[in-house]
Design a protein around this ligand. Structure first.
Ligand SMILES: Nc1nc2c(ncn2[C@@H]2O[C@H](COP(=O)(O)OP(=O)(O)OP(=O)(O)O)[C@@H](O)[C@H]2O)c(=O)[nH]1
Ligand SMILES: [Mg+2]
Length: 248
C-alpha cells in the first residue's frame, strides 16, 4: 500500500510540475505504464469526429501499436489497441442512425459487463470523449446518461468524460499558440463547459464525475497542433488500474 501511495504522489507531482514539458510528462507516464503489474483496460467511445483515433495516436505514437478487430460482424466495429500494459478498446458512440446506435449501445453495454479471467470487470475505465469545438449535443448526454452510467455497476469512478479539441473551443480564436495553452478567457470558457457537463450528468443520473479538457492535437498539414493536457488524460488512465504499481 505504501508503495502505491508513493507512486500516486509521484505521478501527480510529475503531472503538475511546470518545468516538465507536455511531451516529457507523457514520456515519463508511458514508462510508468510498463511497470504496472496488470494490464489496464480502457474503453474509448464518443461520437464520430470527437477525436477517438487522434487521442489513441497521440497517447501511443501510432505505429507501435498492435491493432485487432472483433471477430463477428457486430463486434467488427470495436477495435483493440495494445501498447505495453495499456489495452484500449475503441467503439463508436451514438449519432450514426437508429440501427447503428442500437448496435453500438449493445456492444458497449456487453463490454461494460465483460469479466476477466479472475471474474472481475474487464474494463477499468470508460473514456467518453466529447468534441470541445462544438456545443455538446443532446445525443452525447443521452449516451452518457442512458447507456454508460446505468451500466457501470457499483464503481461509478469507471467513467471519465474528457472534452477534446480544447484548442478549437470558442472557434479557436483565443488559443495561446506560442505557449500552446488556453488563454485566461478560454480557460474560463472551458471550466464552464466542464461544470455544465458535470451538472447535466449529475441532474440526470445523480452521479458525480469530474470531466477534464485536453487537446489530442494533430500532425498533418503545415500547422501541427501539439497535444495539450494529454498527460492529465494519461494519468487518469494509469490511475484507474485496480492493482498496485511495482510488484513486490
Ligand atoms: N484542432 C484539433 N483537431 C483535432 C483534435 N483532435 C482531433 N482533431 C481533428 O478532428 C477530426 C476528427 O478526429 P478523429 O480522431 O478522426 O475522430 P474519431 O472520433 O476517431 O472519428 P471517427 O473515427 O469518425 O468516429 C480530425 O480532423 C482530427 O485531426 C484536437 O485536439 N484539436
Ligand atoms: Mg476514428
Amino acid at each position: 500500500m505504501q508503495q502505491k501511495h508513493f507512486t500516486d504522489e509521484f505521478m501527480q507531482e510529475i503531472n503538475t510540475d511546470n518545468t516538465f514539458s507536455e511531451s516529457e510528462k507523457i514520456t515519463v507516464l508511458r514508462h510508468l505504464a510498463r511497470l504496472i503489474d496488470h494490464k489496464v483496460n480502457i474503453l474509448i467511445t464518443g461520437e464520430s469526429g470527437c477525436g477517438k483515433s487522434s487521442t489513441i495516436n497521440a497517447l501511443f505514437n501510432a505505429g507501435k501499436v498492435k491493432v485487432e478487430h472483433g471477430a463477428t460482424p457486430e463486434t467488427m466495429e470495436i477495435s483493440k489497441f495494445e501498447l505495453d500494459n495499456i489495452v484500449i478498446y475503441q467503439c463508436p458512440g451514438l449519432g450514426d442512425g437508429k440501427e447503428a446506435d442500437e448496435r453500438h449501445s449493445k456492444n458497449i453495454i456487453d463490454k461494460l459487463y465483460e469479466k476477466d479471467k479472475n471474474g472481475d470487470l474487464l474494463i477499468d475505465l470508460v473514456l467518453v470523449i466529447l468534441d470541445g469545438s462544438t456545443r455538446a449535443s443532446f445525443t452525447s448526454f443521452e449516451f452518457i446518461n442512458n447507456v454508460i452510467v446505468p451500466n457501470l455497476g457499483q464503481n461509478k469512478k469507471r467513467l471519465l468524460v474528457a472534452i477534446n479539441k480544447a484548442d478549437m473551443a470558442m472557434y479557436g480564436r483565443v488559443w495561446n499558440h506560442s505557449e500552446n495553452k488556453p488563454t485566461h478567457e478560454l480557460e474560463k470558457f472551458l471550466e464552464e463547459k466542464v461544470s455544465l457537463t458535470r451538472n447535466r450528468i449529475k441532474e440526470a443520473t445523480g452521479v458525480d464525475i469530474e470531466p477534464i479538457y485536453y487537446a489530442a492535437g494533430y500532425k498533418d498539414g503545415n500547422k501541427p497542433q501539439n497535444p495539450y493536457n494529454l498527460s492529465k488524460l494519461l494519468l487518469c488512465i494509469l490511475k484507474s488500474t485496480k492493482t498496485a504499481f511495482y510488484k513486490n
